[in-house]
Design a protein around this ligand. Structure first.
Ligand code: FES
Ligand SMILES: [Fe+2]
Length: 378
C-alpha cells in the first residue's frame, strides 16, 4: 500500500457532528468537523497513552481523547491537558499527525503522506463536474462497496478489457461466437499519474428496458466504446459509451483498508434518465456487475499481485496492467510503499503514523513514521 496519494476516507454524509473512525493503508485515523463544518483528519492514536481519538468527541474545534481528555486541534496540536491544571503549559511536542483534507464529489478525501502541496498527485478528476457541482445534463449516484479483496487486484481488474465478456455476460460475448472474440491491440494513453486505453466490445442491448429505450439502440448486438484508466495507486475510471449520445462514466475511488480489504467509493455519472427516480436502475446495474467482479477477485491467488514478472504470464491484453505495475515500482523507488509486513509484525508493541506534511518542518514527533519497503509485496 502506498502513501503520498489522496484517499477517500468516508462520504460527506457519513461525517456529521460525531467523529468517525477510519482505517486506511492498515493504519487508523479520526475524522471530525470543526464548528464551521470543515473536515479534519488526524492520526487516531493519542500520543499520551494510546487512546483512540475517534472514540472521543469533537468539541471547541478540537477532538478530545476519551481517556484523559487531552484536546487536539485540526492541525494535530494538543491544546489542552486537563491534568496540568488550568494554567498548565502544553509542550509543543504533544501533537499527532494531521493530514490535508478536501471534500469533493460527495466524498471526504485525505492526503496520506508528507509531500508539500505542489508535489502531490491530484485527486482523480470527475470531468462532469464544474465549479457549481455536477454539470447540467448529468446525474450522479454514489455507492460504497466493502470487499475482502486487495486494492491492487481490484485496480488491475478495472484496467482489464479481456475479463468483461467472461465475468459479465451482460457485456456481450457469449460462448456461441467464441471464434470471433479477440481484444484488439491496445494503445496506451499516458495521463498524469496513470494511463488509459480505449477499446470496443460487442454487446447486446442494455438489460433494463427504460435504459435500453433511452439509449436509442435498436440492433440486437452492436459495438460499445469503452475507455478505462487509473490515476495514482488506487483510483480508476471507466467510460462506457453504448451510443454516441448515451454515456455512463464511472469513477472508482478505492480505499485500501488492509491488504485483504478494500472499500470502493463508486461514483457514476450518467447523461440519460436524469430524474432521481431512475437512480435505482443505475445502482442496480452497477451492483450486479461489481458483485460479479468481487466474486472472481476474492478467489484470485495470491492475494497480492506478484510483481516478479515470471510469476504470472501476461499477454498483450494485459498491457494496461503491466504499465500500472511499472508505475507502482516507480513509486516504490520513491519510498512511498508502506512496509505492511513490518507494521503487522510489531503491531502489539508499536504504533506508527504516516508522516504528515508538517513533519518536514517540525521535528520531535512521538510516533515513528511508518517503515517503507523497497520490495514489492507490501
Ligand atoms: S490517552 Fe489520550 S488523553 Fe490519555
Ligand atoms: Fe468487471
Amino acid at each position: 500500500m502506498f502513501m503520498n496519494f489522496w484517499y477517500p476516507m468516508c462520504t460527506s454524509a457519513e461525517l456529521g457532528k460525531d467523529p468517525v473512525a477510519v482505517t486506511a493503508l492498515g493504519l487508523d485515523f479520526v475524522l471530525f468537523r470543526d464548528s464551521a463544518g470543515r473536515a479534519a483528519c488526524l492520526s487516531d492514536t493519542c500520543v499520551h497513552r494510546g487512546g483512540s481519538l475517534a472514540a472521543g468527541r469533537a468539541t471547541s474545534d478540537c477532538i478530545e481523547c476519551p481517556y484523559h481528555g487531552w484536546r487536539f486541534d485540526q492541525a494535530g496540536q494538543c491544546v489542552r491537558i486537563p491534568s496540568l491544571g488550568r494554567d498548565g503549559r502544553v509542550p509543543g511536542r504533544v501533537r499527532v499527525d494531521a493530514y490535508p483534507t478536501e471534500e469533493r464529489y460527495g466524498l471526504v478525501f485525505a492526503f496520506l503522506g508528507d509531500l508539500p502541496g505542489e508535489e502531490r498527485p491530484p485527486i482523480m478528476r470527475i470531468e462532469e463536474y464544474g465549479d457549481g457541482g455536477v454539470r447540467e445534463g448529468w446525474r450522479q449516484t454514489i455507492q460504497v462497496f466493502d470487499f475482502p479483496i486487495n486494492y491492487q487486484r481490484s485496480v488491475e481488474n478495472g484496467l482489464d478489457f479481456a475479463h468483461n465478456e467472461f465475468v459479465h455476460p451482460t457485456h456481450g460475448f457469449s460462448y456461441q461466437n467464441e471464434d470471433t472474440y479477440e481484444v484488439a491491440p491496445l494503445e496506451l494513453i499516458e495521463t498524469p499519474w496513470g494511463i488509459g486505453a480505449w477499446n470496443r466490445m460487442f454487446a447486446p442491448p442494455l438489460a433494463d428496458k427504460a435504459m435500453r429505450e433511452a439509449s436509442g439502440r435498436v440492433e440486437e448486438n452492436a459495438f460499445v466504446s469503452v475507455g478505462l484508466g487509473h490515476v495514482g495507486a488506487a483510483s480508476i475510471w471507466t467510460w462506457i459509451h453504448p451510443t454516441e449520445q448515451f454515456w455512463i462514466h464511472q469513477y472508482l475511488f478505492e480505499k485500501p483498508v488492509a491488504r485483504d480489504r478494500t472499500i470502493i467509493y463508486f461514483v457514476t455519472l450518467r447523461n440519460f434518465l436524469l430524474a432521481p427516480e431512475h437512480d435505482q436502475r443505475m445502482i442496480g446495474r452497477n451492483e450486479h456487475v461489481v458483485f460479479q467482479d468481487r466474486d472472481v477477485l476474492r478467489k484470485v491467488r495470491p492475494l497480492l499481485s506478484p510483481e516478479v514478472p515470471r510469476q504470472e504470464y501476461l499477454v498483450p491484453a494485459d498491457k494496461p496492467v503491466g504499465r500500472y505495475r511499472e508505475l507502482l515500482r516507480e513509486w516504490t523507488a520513491r519510498g512511498w510503499r508502506i512496509d505492511s509486513d513490518e507494521i503487522e509484525a510489531s503491531r502489539h508493541r508499536r504504533i506508527y503514523a504516516i508522516p504528515c506534511p508538517a513533519r518536514r518542518s517540525v521535528k520531535g514527533w512521538v510516533l515513528d513514521p511508518v517503515p517503507t519497503a523497497r520490495e514489492p509485496g507490501a
